[in-house]
Design a protein around this ligand. Structure first.
Ligand code: GLC
Ligand code: CA
Length: 579
C-alpha cells in the first residue's frame, strides 16, 4: 500500500570502500571508483546502497575509528566526492545510507584529545574515565574485568592523567559518554545532521545497543576461566538509558524522514529486539540480528571453534526465531542477510567455495544460498562480491602476512603467546580464522581476469591481497553468461520485487525442523504461498515435495534443470509459488 515505507521490501547493496574499486592506482578503493560502478550496482536491481565508513580515520579498525565525522579519509576522496555520489545515486533512482559510528570515536578525534589532556578539561567527561582499583599489595587494576571485543581489557590506563578510559573495541576507539546531553548534542550535530543535510537517505547504525552503560560498571561473570578479562556483552548491551537515547536520536531522524538499520548484536530475546524496531517506539526502522550469522562461533573467544561447527537444525531454529519478528505478528521490522564486512563468505561457511576445482558445486551452492537469504522476510542486504559468489581466502595463506584485521591478528597472537603448551592450538586457530575471520569479506572485489582482478592497476599493490581464484571468479566472466551466479542474483531480485508480499513480508514456517540435510520451508501471504526447498549438503537427498506443493504451483527459481519432486541434487534449491 502507499503507506508502506520504501525500505520494507527493498534490497540494499553494501559497499566496503577500501575494497570495491580503486580509480587512481594507489591500491585502495575510493569514491570515484564507486561512482564509476554505479551502473553495475543499479543493474543488479537494488534499491539502495549502504556505504561503510568513509570518514577521516587513522584506520586502526578500517574507518570504524573516526577522527573527524565531517571529513573524508583522503585516500577515499573528499566531501565533494560524497556529494557527487549522493547525487549520482539519486539520479539513478537509488537511495544511499552512510554508516553512523557513534558509540566511540578514534583516539585521534579532537574531542578525545581534549578529554585526555587533563582531568579539568571541559570535555573530560565526554568519554568514560574511571580511577584504578588497587589490590592489597598495591597492584593497579582496571575498574572492572570487562574484555574488549578485540581482546584484552576494555580499559586503557592513561599515564598523563592517572585514570582509565573505557574502550569496548580497540584501544584506539574510546567510548563516548552518552550520559551528558552536551555530548549527545555534539554527536547529533556532527555525525548525524551534517550528512542528513547533504541529502542522504539514512544510516546503518553501528553497535546501536551499546551507548548506555551500567554506571556502577559491575564485573562480568566468569565465562572462560583461562581469560584475564571476561566478555561482558550482557552488561553493556541494551543498557538502562538506551531507548531514551534512541528516541532522542529518532526525533532528528524523523525530521529528515531518514531510514535506519541498527546493528544489534548480543540480543537473544525477541521482546528486547522489538523495543528497538517497534513502529510505535519511533527509534529504528529495522535492525541486523546476529542469530543466524553467529552460528558456529565459540562461546568464550569467538574464534575458539572449528570449521563447519554448526548443524542445519540449529540454523533453522535461528531462522524461525528471527522470522517471528517480521511475520506480521509485531509492528517491528528486521533484515535478512548472510554476509557483511564482519563475516566470512557464505559459500565458504555454508556451501562449496572451490570455484576452481569444483566449479559446478560452487556455482550451485552460491545460487542455493542466494535463494535462501532472499526468500526470507525482512529487508534484504547483499554484500559486495556476494552477487558473484566470492569465497574466503585460500586456507594456506599466511595469516601474519595476508590478514589485516586487528580482530584476527589479536586472536592469532593471543593463541601464539598464551597457549604455547597446547601443541594443536595454533593450527586450530589458523583453521578457525581461515573459516571465519572478518578478512575474507574485505578482500578486493574481483572485476575481471586482468592482474589484480581489475580492482586496481596491474602494477599497484592492493592493500589486501587479491584472491588466487580471480581469473575464474570475476564479474566480467559472469556478466553476460545467463547461467552465472550474477545473472541468477539479478533474476532473483527481480522475482523478489515482483512477489514482495510473499518474499519480503510473508509468514515463515519450517516444515521439518529436525532435518539436518534439507531445509524446506513455506512462506505465506494472503493470496499465495512459497515453498522453498534447499539441499544444504553435497549429496543427493530424498525429499517429498509433492506433499508441500499440493495442486497448482509454478517454479519461480531453481539451480538445476530437472526438477523431480522426490529428490534434490547436491546444493540444489528451488522456489515454488503455490496459488
Ligand atoms: C561494528 C562494525 C565493525 C567494527 C565495530 C566497531 O561491529 O561492523 O566492523 O569493528 O562495530 O566499530
Ligand atoms: Ca585509490
Amino acid at each position: 500500500s502507499s503507506s508502506t515505507p520504501w525500505w520494507k521490501t527493498a534490497a540494499i547493496y553494501q559497499i566496503y570502500p577500501a575494497s570495491f574499486k580503486d580509480s587512481n592506482g594507489d591500491g585502495i578503493g575510493d569514491l570515484p571508483g564507486i561512482i564509476g560502478k554505479l551502473d553495475y550496482i543499479q543493474s543488479l536491481g537494488v534499491d539502495a546502497i549502504w556505504l561503510c565508513p568513509m570518514y577521516d580515520s587513522p584506520q586502526h579498525d578500517m574507518g570504524y575509528d573516526i577522527s573527524d565525522y565531517e571529513a573524508v579519509y583522503a585516500p577515499y576522496g573528499t566531501v565533494a566526492d560524497v556529494e557527487t555520489l549522493i547525487a549520482a545515486c539519486h539520479e539513478r533512482g537509488m537511495r544511499i545510507l552512510l554508516d553512523l559510528v557513534i558509540n566511540h570515536t578514534s583516539d585521534q578525534h579532537a574531542w578525545f584529545k581534549e578529554s585526555r589532556s587533563s582531568k579539568t578539561n571541559p570535555k573530560r567527561n565526554w568519554y568514560i574515565w574511571r580511577p584504578a582499583r588497587y589490590d592489597a599489595d598495591g597492584t593497579r587494576r582496571p575498574p572492572n574485568n570487562w574484555r574488549s571485543t578485540f581482546g584484552g581489557s576494555a580499559w586503557e590506563w592513561d599515564e598523563e592523567t592517572q585514570e582509565y578510559y573505557l574502550h569496548l573495541f580497540a584501544v584506539q576507539q574510546p567510548d563516548l559518554n552518552w550520559e551528558l546531553s552536551e555530548t549527545r548534542v555534539a554527536i547529533y550535530e556532527s555525525a548525524v545532521e551534517f550528512w542528513l543535510r547533504k541529502g542522504i537517505d539514512g544510516f546503518r547504525v553501528d553497535t546501536v545497543n551499546m551507548y548506555s552503560k551500567p554506571l556502577d560498571f559491575p564485573d562480568a561473570p566468569v565465562i572462560d576461566p583461562t581469560l584475564d578479562c571476561q566478555p561482558a556483552y550482557s552488561l553493556y548491551c541494551n543498557g538502562p538509558r538506551i531507548h531514551e537515547f534512541l528516541r532522542e536520536l529518532g526525533h532528528i531522524l524523523q525530521r529528515y524522514n531518514a531510514m535506519t538499520v541498527g546493528e544489534l548484536p548480543h540480543t537473544p530475546r525477541m521482546a528486547d529486539v522489538l523495543d528497538y524496531v517497534s513502529a510505535k517506539q519511533k527509534q529504528l526502522s529495522m535492525v541486523f540480528q546476529f542469530d543466524l550469522v553467529d552460528i558456529g562461533f565459540g562461546a568464550g573467544l569467538r574464534y575458539d571453534t572449528s570449521p563447519r561447527n554448526w548443524t542445519l537444525s540449529d540454523l533453522r531454529a535461528r531462522v524461525a526465531r528471527t522470522q517471528a519478528l517480521v511475520d506480521g505478528s509485531t509492528d517491528g521490522w528486521s533484515t535478512t542477510f548472510l554476509e557483511n564486512h564482519d563475516q566470512a563468505r557464505s559459500v565458504s561457511r555454508f556451501g562449496c567455495d572451490d570455484a576452481v576445482t569444483h566449479p559446478e558445486l560452487w556455482e550451485r551452492s552460491a545460487k542455493m544460498l542466494a535463494m535462501f537469504v532472499a526468500s526470507l522476510s525482512g529487508t534484504l542486504f547483499v554484500y559486495q562480491g556476494q552477487e558473484i559468489g566470492m569465497a574466503n581466502a585460500p586456507a594456506d595463506w599466511d595469516i601474519e602476512e595476508e590478514y589485516k584485521d586487528l580482530d584476527s591478528l589479536n586472536y592469532y597472537n593471543y593463541v601464539k603467546e598464551h597457549r604455547r603448551d597446547d601443541p594443536g592450538a595454533l593450527a586450530r586457530a589458523k583453521a578457525a580464522l581461515a573459516h571465519l575471520a572478518r578478512d575474507h569479506g574485505r578482500m578486493p572485489m574481483q572485476w575481471d581476469a586482468t592482474p589484480n582482478a581489475g580492482f586496481t592497476t596491474a602494477s599497484a599493490k592492493p592493500w589486501m591481497r587479491v584472491h588466487d581464484n580471480y581469473p575464474t571468479l570475476n564479474v566480467k566472466r559472469q556478466v553476460h553468461r545467463p547461467a552465472s551466479v550474477l545473472a541468477f542474483w539479478r533474476e532473483l531480485l527481480r522475482v523478489r520485487r515482483a512477489n514482495a508480499a510473499v518474499f519480503a513480508e510473508g509468514v515463515f514456517a519450517d516444515t521439518d525442523a529436525s532435518n539436518e540435510a534439507v531445509f524446506v520451508f513455506e512462506k505465506r501471504a494472503v493470496q499465495q504461498k512459497l515453498v522453498v526447498a534447499l539441499n544444504f549438503t553435497a549429496d543427493r537427498q530424498v525429499v517429498d515435495l509433492a506433499a508441500s506443493l499440493g495442486g497448482t504451483y509454478k517454479t519461480l527459481l531453481k539451480n538445476y534443470e530437472e526438477e523431480p519432486l522426490d529428490a534434490l541434487q547436491p546444493y540444489e534449491g528451488r522456489i515454488y509459488l503455490v496459488q
